[in-house]
Design a protein around this ligand. Sequence first.
Ligand SMILES: *[C@@H]1O[C@H](CO)[C@@H](O)[C@H](O)[C@H]1NC(C)=O
Ligand SMILES: *[C@@H]1O[C@H](CO)[C@@H](O)[C@H](O)[C@H]1NC(C)=O
Ligand SMILES: *[C@@H]1O[C@H](CO)[C@@H](O)[C@H](O)[C@H]1NC(C)=O
Ligand SMILES: *[C@@H]1O[C@H](CO)[C@@H](O)[C@H](O)[C@H]1NC(C)=O
Ligand SMILES: *[C@@H]1O[C@H](CO)[C@@H](O)[C@H](O)[C@H]1NC(C)=O
Length: 277
Amino acid sequence: MLANRHRFSYRLILISLLTFETSRRLASGDSNDEACLTNLHQTLEDPSNNLHNWTKPFFSNPCPGFESNLHGVTCNNGRVYKLTLTNLSLRGTISPFISNCTNLQSLDLSSNAVSGEIPPQIQSLSNLAVLNLSSNRLSGEISPNLARCSFLNVIDLHRNGLSGSIPQQLGTLARLSAFDVSDNKLSGQIPGNLAMRNGNSPRFNASSFEGNKKLYGYPLEEMKSKGLSVMAIVGIGLGSGVASLVISFTGVCVWLKVTEKKMEEEEGKISHSMPDY
Ligand SMILES: *[C@@H]1O[C@H](CO)[C@@H](O)[C@H](O)[C@H]1NC(C)=O
Ligand SMILES: *[C@@H]1O[C@H](CO)[C@@H](O)[C@H](O)[C@H]1NC(C)=O
Ligand SMILES: *[C@@H]1O[C@H](CO)[C@@H](O)[C@H](O)[C@H]1NC(C)=O
Ligand SMILES: *[C@@H]1O[C@H](CO)[C@@H](O)[C@H](O)[C@H]1NC(C)=O
Ligand SMILES: *[C@@H]1O[C@H](CO)[C@@H](O)[C@H](O)[C@H]1NC(C)=O
């Protein structure tokens, strides 16, 4: 009797333990999303405390339902699929762990003061369709491997401090419908496959590229005229150098002549003032 009762309570304990474990699993989020958000929160600085509810308990379960408790996080099927943190005075850098948000479709950190490089790990976000990092302080180059995110629709990197050339691989992104790298420090020739489509009709016009002093080629000004102006500047420089050399040489000659003449005159004076014996 006593033994039976014991067996029964053991079973009860076991069953409740199992139930607890299952519900705990259901209630807890994805460890990849947790790593992504935890690390992003660490590298971003939030001086205005706009991310006040980005706290540890929420990281472990960012998507309890359709809605996330975390400001700027949108969920789909229990996973983070949109991160929209625009105009929140954020600083700091983008964590390389951003790639642990493996279901991310949209990353929008526009209009902040985020600095550092665009982490190369972004290339492994294979579902990424929207990348909007415009109006920040990002530096470094745009990796050609960004083209591995083959679903990219939107690449908006305008108004940053990005340098280097525009990788021509980006022109192979078949779904790209918005591309803006204006107002950066990019250089080199604009890849033809970004500027053109089907021969002559423009894919992205000048407004996508302007505001980069050293960027050239269609749809911006061609290098030729810029090349000429560079040659002209070099020419003017060389010319004025030679001219100033000639002028100073002439000056020295004239000065020498004058002093010679003066000396002769002095000598003459001296010889004149010398009494003749
Ligand atoms: C984050 O991603 C890296 C590389 O993709 C992986 O090795 C690591 O296990 C992930 N971290 C977590 C906590 O899931
Ligand atoms: C988190 O913060 C945002 C912005 O301040 C707010 O809209 C949202 O309701 C907050 N969510 C929770 C669960 O506190
Ligand atoms: C950005 O935020 C500031 C203050 O928080 C606000 O005044 C401004 O209108 C916002 N800008 C945009 C474009 O939403
Ligand atoms: C990127 O974000 C900025 C500011 O939030 C917005 O004005 C712009 O339209 C966005 N870019 C695209 C291509 O949607
Ligand atoms: C350039 O293209 C954008 C859309 O991609 C359009 O809004 C804009 O008017 C175009 N500018 C010119 C000068 O054609």
